[in-house]
Write a protein that binds this ligand. Structure first.
Ligand code: GCB
Length: 590
């Protein structure tokens, strides 16, 4: 337990400030809303030092920039969908927000970002606070000693240019929404505050929580109390000189499950701080080729989702957006959502948990990662730390997805990912870990599923597009399987094909016509093939809604969309939706 904690402390974002958890439960002042911006395609703002916000002092002075009287963008939101000039923009936008503040004695103040895609440089009143890399995880800066009484100004340089050694790298099949895409908050705490806690069942147990609470501040040694009123629990401990207090609680919990997503109000208290949130308890394990939830086998009825609101054609970032996406998954009959291919915003994770959807949360270690660049392993480690840090108390999350479709032959790929896996187990030994692979051989109607990484995964996760990218090699119902890690549960993490809703052009049995019938047939064949897979523990269509992607160039059928959705971007149900829904409904009866 202590080991994991030290990992958390060591691998925060580049400038060393790991974000506190449970922002929703804190004393916050929202900085969401209108921000003034400077759009900087040539990157000149850096040498102009726009963060200094200089104003002419004498007659001969002038400055070739100003935030005042310039364009305004909403936060949180991607910038691409707010101004037509920014639709395909991949570069720097400078954001500026003024706020009025008076620091109270005995208080501390933090500036917290839910996420900025992809690089962020943050300034307060002309002084640099720090830098953060990674488009999908939170970061914070303490500004107690820098905030002024009265007006303050924050400047953020947000840059979404693709990075060769970034996560993801240069190529990916989703829209590169840039900017301050998630909430920004000022968080006020006491001098010593509850920075972090881990309150989940220990591995293999359904009645014992083994966790910890971490305080930050001068009075690191003090009484810590955790209460769960509904269970009559009042647990007391004393933190050590590092501010760390152990947590051991045994009780007869009503366990969280999709059928009964029970959450308890949990209150953590010290003399100068108190924070509460709803937490659930469940166990998740694999045994003899099965996934066990609360010691019972569960079939994962999943669907892939991108963090995009199809109706707004924009990055999803609100509770309403989350409800839209997750309700569609519920309607399909799912019990799990794979939040592809990066950690989604907290609304998605929290609402999924509340609605009884298990969650697969994933790092953007996607396809073309440059594992030979020495910076990449450190970036993966930092991002992993931030993903686990934010969501470690979400019982809904059952899988940490560490990579997707990386290339087995790529230099240093397997080493780097094995190390990442070990690091993940060090941080969190209780959830399942998966690497998603598509390097299998499909020949003579046999799938040969192999990859070094499967040895390190709890699940054999396979992306296969039989019937779309690869023609069927025989009767789907006669498919044979050779799986290297044959004792593990198998999860078809992606399958499917494209269809334009309502398209009636050309023959229905030709892929090139994007007919719904063609996609429907792929689904029917896939379901027949699923019956041949040993240890099949779940399936996950690619994907719920059609979504925007710069990789999809067909002017008639794609129109900038990946059309593998079961639903169109307008929410129309394609024929394949009904096939999948019936399959999941029948599973329920088992
Ligand atoms: C995949 C990727 C997913 C793509 C999908 C596709 O294998 O994991 O991100 O978008 O295929 O549509 O080709």
């Amino acid at each position: 337990m202590l080991l994991s904690l030290f990992f958390f402390l060591l691998i925060g974002n580049a400038d060393g400030q790991t974000a506190m958890i449970n922002v929703q439960g804190r004393n916050t002042i929202s900085l969401n809303g209108d921000w003034n911006v400077i759009i900087d395609p040539a990157g000149v703002g850096e040498w102009q030092q726009v963060w200094r916000e200089q104003k002419p002092q004498k007659k001969t002075d002038f400055f070739e920039y100003s935030f005042d009287n310039g364009p305004v963008l909403k936060v949180p939101a991607d910038f691409n969908t707010q101004m037509s000039e920014l639709t395909f923009f991949e570069g720097t936008v400078w954001y500026r927000k003024k706020f009025h503040y008076t620091l109270q004695p005995a208080k501390r103040l933090f500036l917290h970002f839910g996420a900025v895609n992809y690089l962020a440089d943050v300034y307060l009143n002309g002084e640099k606070l720090g830098h953060h890399e990674g488009g999908f995880t939170p970061f914070q800066f303490e500004i107690t000693n820098m905030v002024r009484s009265g007006f303050n100004s924050i400047v953020v340089k947000a840059n979404n240019a693709r990075q060769k050694n970034g996560l993801p790298g240069l190529g990916y099949d989703w829209f590169n929404y840039g900017g301050i895409t998630r909430d920004v908050n000022l968080i006020e705490t006491g001098k010593t505050y509850i920075k972090d806690y881990s309150i989940q069942l220990q591995k293999g147990s359904i009645d014992t929580v083994a966790g910890w609470v971490l305080l930050d501040g001068l009075h690191s040694r003090q009484k810590v109390e955790i209460s769960i009123p509904e269970l009559g629990i009042q647990y007391k401990a004393v933190s050590n000189d590092e501010g760390l207090a152990p947590v051991y609680i045994s009780s007869k919990f009503t366990l969280w499950s999709p059928g009964q997503p029970k959450l308890y109000k949990v209150i953590v208290k010290i003399q100068t701080d108190s924070v509460a949130e709803y937490i659930g308890f469940r166990s998740i394990e694999t045994k003899e080729g099965k996934v066990l939830l609360n010691n019972k086998p569960v079939f994962l009825k999943a669907v892939n989702i991108h963090e995009e609101n199809p109706y707004k054609k924009a990055r999803a970032n609100s509770k309403q957006d989350a409800l839209l996406l997750l309700s569609a998954a519920k309607e399909l009959g799912c019990n799990l959502v794979r939040l592809a291919h990066y950690p989604h915003n907290e609304h998605m994770v929290r609402e999924a948990e509340r609605m009884g959807l298990m969650v697969w949360s994933e790092l953007p270690v996607y396809q073309h990662i440059d594992f030979t660049d020495s910076a990449v392993p450190a970036k993966m480690g930092a991002m992993l730390g931030e993903m686990v840090q934010r969501d470690k108390n979400r019982c809904g999350i059952i899988v940490w997805g560490l990579s997707n479709e990386t290339y087995p032959g790529a230099s240093n790929r397997s080493n780097a990912l094995v190390e990442l896996t070990k690091r993940c187990r060090g941080l969190d030994s209780a959830r399942l870990i998966a690497h998603v692979i598509n390097s299998h051989k499909y020949q003579g109607n046999t799938f040969e599923v192999w990859d070094t990484l499967y040895q390190y995964s709890d699940i054999v996760a396979v992306n296969e597009y039989a019937g779309w990218y690869m023609p069927w090699q025989g009767k789907p119902s006669d498919t044979k399987w050779k799986i290297t890690c044959h004792d593990k549960p198998v999860f078809i993490s992606e399958f499917g094909g494209e269809a334009l809703y309502g398209s009636k052009y050309g023959r229905a049995d030709e892929a090139a016509n994007w007919r719904e019938e063609y996609q429907e047939k792929i689904y029917k064949d896939q379901l027949e093939m699923f019956a041949t897979i040993p240890n099949l523990a779940g399936v996950c269509p690619w994907l719920l809604f059609d979504y925007r992607s710069l990789s999809r160039l067909h002017p008639v059928y794609q129109q900038g969309y990946n059309r593998k959705g079961l639903l169109s971007e307008k929410g129309n149900k394609k024929k394949a939706w009904h096939i999948m829904k019936a399959y999941y409904a029948a599973k329920e009866k088992l």
